[in-house]
Design a protein around this ligand. Structure first.
Ligand code: OAD
Length: 245
């Protein structure tokens, strides 16, 4: 059974890297991007909402959309899958979670070694300088107290570079791990999806947890289940003392 196989791979790994995507938070009620019907990109055009050009053209519209997403996430709670991953840190020898999610739910569930590869919805930055600006109030588009430029959400948009620190930490974790688990990502957006190839080149065991498997772990361990369905029994198994059989 694939969960047993993954538990064994995690037990014997010196370093583990987990990559999460929007599917990780789906069971918290946060919509994914690419699922047909329910995904955000089925309803909205990413080019009009998730690029620096879109923000420059209509900052209020983009800001309001991110405000809507913030509110949605504030109403959501980490799910049992997030909590299982937080517990996993104490059950394997060295765990790094790289998340493409900007919702902060891994940290709210208690995970500490988290690389927020695409930034965080709750960080505000000056659109001109990129500096983090504290103390902005929820509501209509605010402006930078220093220079008057509009404030933007601290997420990474299409066409923007991943912050260097996040990129370095993520590729070091993927390139140095013995077991790599991809959870709830369509693995279509680079460079995040490139982490899987990096781990494979390092001969890591590669696993995927996704109700609609993408094939990125073909030849490795494939678990066709939701994050909660897979991670809860996985962690239960790792928590249980080893038996002889
Ligand atoms: P996607 O929406 O592209 O993919 C979500 C994946 O989660 C799909 O493969 C689903 O099958 C899977 N899924 C759905 N429900 C699940 C569940 N309950 N448990 C596990 N898996 C489930 O989201 P990402 O791959 O995260 O970037 O998208 C990557 C990036 O593209 C995002 O960070 C965002 C987006 O556009 C930006 O906004 C820059």
């Amino acid at each position: 059974m694939a969960i047993v196989e993954l538990a064994e791979a995690l037990r014997s790994a010196n370093r583990v890297c987990v990559l999460t995507g929007a599917g990780m938070s789906a069971e918290s009620g946060v919509p994914t991007f690419r699922d047909a019907q329910t995904g955000l990109w089925a309803k909205y055009d990413p080019l009009e909402l998730a690029t620096p050009e879109a923000f420059a053209a209509n900052p209020e519209r983009v800001w309001d959309w991110y405000q809507y997403r913030r509110e949605l996430v504030l109403r959501a709670d980490p799910n049992d899958g997030h909590r299982a991953l937080a517990e996993l840190a104490g059950l394997v020898s060295d765990l790094t979670i790289v998340t493409q999610n900007v919702d902060g739910l891994h940290r709210r569930a208690g995970s500490t070694n988290v690389v927020e590869f695409h930034g965080n919805l709750f960080v505000d930055r000056c659109f001109r300088s990129g500096s983090v600006v504290e103390g902005m109030q929820p509501g209509p588009l605010p402006h930078c107290p220093g220079c008057g430029a509009p404030i933007r959400p601290g997420v990474v948009w299409f066409g923007e570079a991943i912050p260097e620190d996040a990129l370095d930490r993520a590729f070091a974790a993927a390139g140095g791990c013995d077991a790599f688990v991809s959870i709830g990502t369509a693995a279509e957006v680079y460079p995040a999806a490139g982490l899987i190839d990096r781990a494979r080149r390092n001969n890591a065991v590669v696993a995927e947890i996704n109700p609609q498997l993408t094939g990125t772990a073909a030849g490795g361990i494939e678990i066709a289940a939701t994050a909660v369905e897979a991670l809860v029994p996985l962690v239960n198994r790792l928590r249980a003392p080893r038996t002889l059989n």
